[in-house]
Design a protein around this ligand. Structure first.
Ligand SMILES: Cc1cc2nc3c(=O)[nH]c(=O)nc-3n(C[C@H](O)[C@H](O)[C@H](O)COP(=O)(O)OP(=O)(O)OC[C@H]3O[C@@H](n4cnc5c(N)ncnc54)[C@H](O)[C@@H]3O)c2cc1C
Length: 339
């Protein structure tokens, strides 16, 4: 197992910021993961798990421990039933190549999550989702190394406590489990309307009335390409903020502040407010703050145009959070985790 020393984390994260990792290595098998943790423990070093680095912000001080990049491969059909196929996928597989592969097999359940960067093993961490699908809908279980007990085990879907962009992996048990593979169950039926609003609009605008997995994948890729910057060209982490969730008692006040505020009833006493709309109303869309550009097509996305430090990003982030709070009384939350 190769271990590299003093490596810039900006080379491994799509926001391209941050200091050095003291050590960086790769895990190609589940056993590698256990070995790395045991060695780190013996040397009293912290470990940080990295997939594709598309949802991680590295700080300027770097990481004085071992960064382990998960590269575990695998794609195995474990059950084939009349209406569904169940597949186990190595945590290091590229998420979008898995989506493509399952669409090629005429399976549905993750086709609307096409073109999300990153690895399969990271998908459960924030319950990745897009255009009306999220991994919680299809995940059967995740096999994981438990760094607390130094054992391997299986977490069933219900163990993960999935919520909107959240799970035990980024809240209660943050940093505890290393996912080594995921098992998903996909349907053999064609995708069924009603589709997510923006997706349905694209289908209607393009006169599309037949909904195959491939048609939905192509539509999602076209929508995403038109409004999301490519991190290889414009460093970013996708949505930098989560959408805001407010309580029903806040609704009247929000409508008084802005009668046209979009509010989506979640049916549980909460409403979702698109944070991109709040940021746009706060006047930041298209603005450049300390080298960080608020994307002119989608104000949820922050692009590192010329920032040289985490400090620059934090300044821009805080300016946005503070103004949104002052205008609407809503405290918006950063989506990417930090190392
Ligand atoms: C252009 C762009 C568009 C995006 N669009 C979307 C979108 O539509 N929907 C969405 O939900 N997200 C989106 N994202 C965010 C990101 O792609 C996802 O969160 C993705 O799942 C991150 O995968 P990764 O492998 O890059 O994880 P990383 O960024 O490397 O890691 C993310 C977190 O997961 C942890 N982690 C990673 N792998 C493992 C593992 N095997 N076991 C345990 N912990 C692990 C890390 O420690 C870290 O805390 C987008 C990002 C970009 C840049």
């Amino acid at each position: 197992m190769d271990i590299h020393t003093d490596i810039p984390l900006k080379n491994y994260t799509t926001m391209r910021l941050g200091g050095n990792a003291k050590y960086i290595t790769e895990a190609h098998t589940a056993e590698d993961v256990a070995t790395i943790y045991q060695n780190a423990k013996a040397q009293n070093l912290p470990v940080f798990v990295l997939g594709g680095g598309s949802n991680v912000i590295a700080k300027d001080e770097g990481f004085a421990g071992i960064v382990v990049r998960i590269r575990i491969p695998g794609f195995e059909v474990v059950a084939d039933e009349p209406g569904s196929t169940t597949i186990r996928i190595g945590a290091g597989e590229q998420w979008d190549s898995i989506v493509k592969r399952t669409v090629d097999m005429n399976l549905s359940g993750i086709e609307a999550m096409s073109a999300i960067p990153g690895t399969a093993g990271a998908a459960p961490i924030q319950n990745v989702g897009a255009y009306g699908q999220e991994i919680a809908d299809t995940l059967v279980s995740a096999e994981a190394y438990d760094s607390l007990t130094n054992t391997f085990g299986t977490l069933e879907n219900s163990d993960c406590d999935f919520k909107y962009r959240d799970s035990i992996f980024r809240s209660r048990d943050k940093g505890r489990y290393v996912i080594t593979s995921i098992t998903i169950k996909l349907s053999k039926n064609q995708p069924q309307p009603p589709f997510y609003e923006a997706l349905q609009k694209y289908l209607d605008d393009n006169g599309i009335k037949i909904y195959t997995q491939q048609i939905i994948r192509d539509a999602v890729i076209a929508i995403r390409t038109s409004k999301l910057p490519d991190p290889k060209v414009n460093p970013n982490t996708g949505s930098f903020f989560k959408n805001a969730i407010v309580d029903s008692w806040q609704v009247d006040n929000l409508k008084r502040i802005s009668p046209d505020i979009p509010l989506y009833d979640m049916g549980d006493g909460h409403y979702k407010v698109p944070t991109g709309w709040l940021i746009e109303r706060a006047g930041f869309k298209g603005q450049l703050i300390n080298g960080i550009r608020v994307h002119d097509k989608n104000a949820l996305v922050l692009i590192n145009e010329s920032a040289t430090s985490y400090h620059d990003l934090a300044y821009a982030r805080n300016a946005i959070i503070d103004k949104v709070r002052d205008m609407f009384g809503i405290i918006i939350e950063q989506e990417p985790l930090e190392i």
